[in-house]
Design a protein around this ligand. Structure first.
Ligand SMILES: Nc1ncnc2c1ncn2[C@@H]1O[C@H](COP(=O)(O)OP(=O)(O)O)[C@@H](O)[C@H]1O
Ligand SMILES: [Mg+2]
Length: 237
């Protein structure tokens, strides 16, 4: 069966082909859906559902950044493959059968979050880093998924820092990489504290000065842009 031409998707087609809505659009957050076309599944992340102004600026930027990260990590099995950008603010990617680790029940967590899982997660992060990409938002643990057979999957590269794209990235990449690993320690400390080593516990809250400055600078730029993008109606005016 030939692969659909994801680059020609329209929003009306996305509506028609939807199998599941993972996330409703909310303020500047994208809408995330699973669709099925000609027997193939894909995930559509659309930053343009909630606001017109947003989709033209920040949404397009975030979709482009995620697309760039997914292109770089192409070939890593537990990261979605990039399919297309049918509009600058709409990203289409591979659907991977997996659930966020945060959605597991207590029993499921005990079964699934084993030393083998954590080892595989750390190796997956290393593979992503070896492509010159740091995820940057793994501490939001619903970006870490688990397949039915217990393998880790990483999604949501909208905040990725990518080597060679801007000069700041080269400076900050090591810190963001360290932060990616802190997500593993955070996950362990929340759901499998008995697996956390003393060294990992020590690193859990150790944010470097450079990373703190970078994050503060980024949110100073982002906050006004987001307010602008959300538009007057969302600010209750
Ligand atoms: N490629 C994918 N395959 C399977 N599920 C996905 C995929 N991308 C996203 N999801 C699901 O959708 C949720 C939201 O997607 P995400 O990219 O994290 O959007 P947001 O920016 O709103 O956090 C994820 O937590 C995951 O459950
Ligand atoms: Mg997310």
């Amino acid at each position: 069966m030939s692969e659909p031409d994801w680059g020609r998707l329209t929003r009306a087609a996305v509506d028609r082909l939807t199998v599941e809505v993972y996330r409703e659009a909310w303020r500047t957050r994208p809408e995330v859906r699973r669709i099925r076309l000609l027997g193939h599944e894909a995930v559509v992340k659309d930053y343009g559902r909630a606001s017109n102004r947003f989709k033209h600026l920040l949404g397009a930027f975030l979709a482009m950044r995620e697309a760039a990260a997914l292109r770089r990590t192409d070939g890593i099995a537990c990261v979605p493959r990039f399919y297309a950008l049918p509009r600058p603010w709409i990203l289409v990617m591979e659907h991977i059968e997996a659930r966020p680790v945060t959605a597991l029940s207590e029993d499921e967590r005990q079964q699934a979050l084993t030393p083998v899982f954590f080892g595989a997660l750390a190796r997956l992060i290393e593979q992503i880093h070896a492509c010159g990409v740091a995820h940057g938002d793994l501490e939001k643990l619903d970006n870490i998924l688990i397949t039915p057979d217990g393998r880790p999957v990483i999604v949501d590269f909208a905040a990725a820092v990518i080597a060679g794209i801007n000069p700041l990235a080269a400076l900050i990449l090591p810190q963001i990489k360290a932060n990616d690993f802190r997500a593993v320690y955070k996950l362990k400390s929340l759901y499998a504290p008995h697996l956390l080593t003393d060294e990992e516990r020590g690193r859990l809250h150790a944010r470097s000065r450079a990373e703190s400055i970078f994050r503060r600078a980024r949110s100073c730029i982002r906050a006004p842009m987001k307010r602008w993008a959300e538009g007057p109606e969302d600010r209750g005016v």
